[in-house]
Design a protein around this ligand. Structure first.
Ligand code: 5AD
Length: 348
């Protein structure tokens, strides 16, 4: 059997482990392995992206959602969620603010809300691109049909984030109601790639029932999909969901998986996520030091931020807020990294 260090080296050379090796590297991890992994991950990240940190202005456009995912605070069954949706004008105002602050990517994220038709979004995308032709637009609006994805791409969307959540069908079925299917989710991801989007996928770390075998499956699926972006963050319970009493995932395992992702997909855009920052005050910095190269501050209007509560205590102020960009810049500088004014595209 290979040692932990040999497995990390194997990943560096061939970037492919077998299912059994993934389980071993995940289960066998310790502080020593993590130190070695993060050093290697940083070296790879520096070779591809230098010490630049890309920023994305996150605009949470709606917390209406037709889905009922058991983990999510804005699931349709949560009658206590205070629902809102932003108008095109409000979204454009966020983009104006963001552009002035130095953002060159806007991420429009929301629940699956039928209010946002292809026509409405198409018009909005065209207007953002008219005002800011030097910016990239990322959508994160859940599952839609291939024709819709195509229409939005033609209107100016450059990237699409759609986490697969877990690549194990049985685990997927334990996190979602029966009408949501892993096959569908994967089909959406392949459609997005075919159309020409830069695609992001990802999963929650420590979601209820997750095993090392499930995580091995996630790594194998991501290797096959080879997305340009991978978002992972710890699962954090929300008090008004069926998983209210489940334990949160850990910062430690999230960081270790970030390091492994950097080795497996050297060119990937990997965010140090809000969930990581929510669980630990140093979460963002630790994420960057484990191999991440993106942060996504919140550009949503102040009044709606508290309503986009996917999980308890989700950060939306302080250094999580786009207005605090200077403080974020300082924090990144203090660990040797530079926040840049750049679209931050995937480097081939
Ligand atoms: N904890 C952590 N992440 C969550 N998400 C949804 N609910 C939670 C939660 N309770 C993540 C999902 C989704 C993304 C937008 O937020 O992975 O894809």
């Amino acid at each position: 059997m290979r040692t932990e260090r040999e497995l990390i080296d194997k990943l560096r050379d061939t970037r492919a482990l077998t299912r059994e090796e993934w389980v071993q590297v995940i289960e066998g991890r310790d502080e020593d392995a993590a130190r070695y992994l993060f050093e290697t991950a940083r070296a790879i990240r520096h070779a591809v992206y230098g010490r630049d940190v890309y920023i994305r202005g996150l605009i949470e456009i709606s917390n209406y959602c037709k889905n009922d995912c058991y983990y999510c605070g804005i699931r349709r069954s949560n009658r206590l969620a205070d629902r809102y949706r932003l108008t095109a004008e409000e979204i454009l105002a966020c983009a104006d603010t963001g552009y002035a602050l130095g953002f060159r990517t806007f991420v429009l994220q929301g629940g699956e809300d039928a209010y946002y038709t292809d026509a409405l979004l198409g018009e909005l995308l065209r207007e953002i691109k008219r005002r800011y032709p030097d910016c990239a637009i990322t959508l994160s609006l859940g599952e839609r049909g291939e024709e819709s994805f195509r229409c939005l791409f033609e209107a100016g969307a450059d990237r699409y984030l759609l986490r697969h959540e877990t690549a194990s069908p049985v685990h997927y079925a334990s996190l979602h109601p029966p009408e949501l299917r892993l096959d569908n989710r994967k089909e959406c991801l392949y459609a997005l790639k075919r159309i020409g989007y830069q695609v992001g996928s990802g999963f929650m770390v420590g979601s209820p029932g997750q095993t090392a075998e499930n995580l091995a499956e996630d790594m194998l699926f991501l290797k096959e999909l080879s997305p340009q972006m991978v978002g992972i963050g710890p699962f954090i319970p929300h008090h008004d969901t069926p998983f209210a009493h489940c334990p949160a995932g850990t910062v430690e395992l999230t960081l270790f998986l970030l390091g492994l992702l950097r080795l497996m997909l050297p060119h990937a855009l990997l965010p140090a996520t809000t969930a990581l920052g929510t669980l630990s005050p140093q979460g963002r910095e630790l994420g960057i030091l484990a191999g991440a190269n993106v942060v996504m501050p919140n550009l949503s209007p102040a009044a709606s931020r508290k309503k986009y509560m996917l999980y308890d205590n989700k950060l939306c102020t302080g250094d999580e807020a786009a207005e605090s960009l200077n403080s974020l810049k300082k924090r990144m500088k203090s660990i040797g990294y530079n926040v840049v004014v750049d679209r931050g595209d995937y480097k081939i």
